[in-house]
Design a protein around this ligand. Structure first.
Ligand code: AMP
Ligand code: TRP
Length: 331
């Protein structure tokens, strides 16, 4: 059975973008794979996190993943810092990866912004830790949104160079599993920016903890242009906000963009937004409700993560020990 690994940073509350780009796929892949899903708290602190907020967001994310259908008994749900193998392998990968490779990472450029000198060193080596997350388990399939493709190519470059430099065939090739629709959900305020849990504007995103009223209000206020929806996908050219709402509708209703436009083409946004709100609420409200219930018992959530970490450790420890032996550490 192929092993799946994926991660999400507990740097905020997960959004509809996380759900459509990643989490929904994580749930589906549980059939037929052995899955590890990781709350990447080491990645989260590459930008400063208030310690209390980090603790609470880690629990909230665990609750949301369980509420969305992650089965922590049959698969593994844990937080990254609880398994030291990630950080140890990341260090080895820091010494395998080249500065030139890291300089090409577009996420670093986006996140560091204009003042790159002021970014943390951790943010710069973020992708080597991500490669370690996956390869510490010899995982081969990684369900992610479109924005993570470049990081997975880097993981493959690192694995290949490690194998080549040490003359081994130790690390496998990893494959990105990116959904066909809504692999990149955009902000509700700006069709040129990704919907992000760390965007300062809460109006820019649907949180997986939002209730029906909050969702309705955010969609009603979502930025759009004036003309009605086109009847064909080509008509969305140059209309990023309209394209985004249609893509969300397509992903939520399991249809293509063309099929959504065949039904809604010619409608004004008032009507379309109501239909979209109903779809979003039908998906998000049950998750938010169940997550809220789970959050009433933080000790149980902590127990789930602890148990997941113990099982994750049992897989990663021998792999990373072997990598350390290959490199020449006495151990
Ligand atoms: P992050 O929120 O950066 O920790 O991302 C966790 C997962 O959600 C990754 O697989 C991302 O690719 C995915 N993801 C994050 N934001 C979006 C978005 N706006 N659209 C689609 N996928 C996303
Ligand atoms: N970098 C990913 C993101 O921001 C999160 C992540 C960390 C991840 N480690 C991973 C995703 C390993 C897949 C596999 O979205």
């Amino acid at each position: 059975m192929q092993r799946i690994f994926s991660g999400i940073a507990p740097s905020g509350v997960p959004t509809l973008g996380n759900y459509l780009g990643a989490i929904r796929n994580w749930v589906a892949l549980q059939e037929g794979h052995a899955c590890l899903y990781c709350l990447v708290d080491l990645h989260a602190i590459t930008t400063f996190q208030d310690p209390d907020a980090l603790r609470s967001q880690t629990r909230t994310q665990a609750a949301i993943l369980l509420a969305a259908g992650i089965d922590a008994d049959r698969h593994i749900l844990f937080n990254q810092s609880a398994v030291s193998a990630h950080a140890r392998l990341a260090w080895i990968f820091n010494c395998v990866a080249r500065v030139g490779w890291l300089n090409r990472m577009t996420q670093f450029k986006d996140k560091a912004g204009k003042d790159r000198e002021a970014a943390s060193a951790g943010l710069y080596v973020y992708p080597t830790l991500m490669a370690a997350d996956i390869l510490a388990y010899h995982a081969t399939r990684v369900p992610v949104g479109d924005d993570q493709r470049q990081h997975l190519e880097l993981a493959n470059d690192i694995a290949q160079k490690f194998n080549h430099d040490y003359g081994v065939t130790f690390f496998p090739t990893v494959e990105a599993l990116v959904p066909p629709e809504a692999a990149r959900v955009m902000s509700l305020r700006d069709g040129g920016r990704k919907m992000s849990k760390s965007d300062p504007s809460d109006q820019s995103r649907i949180n997986l903890t939002d209730d029906a009223d909050a969702i309705a209000l955010k969609i009603r206020r979502a930025r759009t242009d004036a003309p009605p929806l086109p009847s064909e996908a080509a008509g969305l050219e140059g209309r990023p906000e309209a394209r985004n709402l249609v893509a969300i509708m397509a992903a939520l209703s399991g249809r293509s963009v063309a099929a959504v436009l065949a039904e809604h083409g010619g409608q004004g946004f008032g009507v379309f937004k109501e239909a979209l709100t109903a779809r979003v609420v039908a998906t998000v409200a049950p998750i938010a409700g169940e997550a809220g219930r789970l959050l009433g018992d933080p000790a149980h959530l902590d127990g789930v993560l602890r148990d997941g970490a113990a099982r994750a450790r049992a897989i990663a420890e021998p792999v990373v020990r072997e990598a350390e032996r290959i490199v020449g550490f006495l151990g």
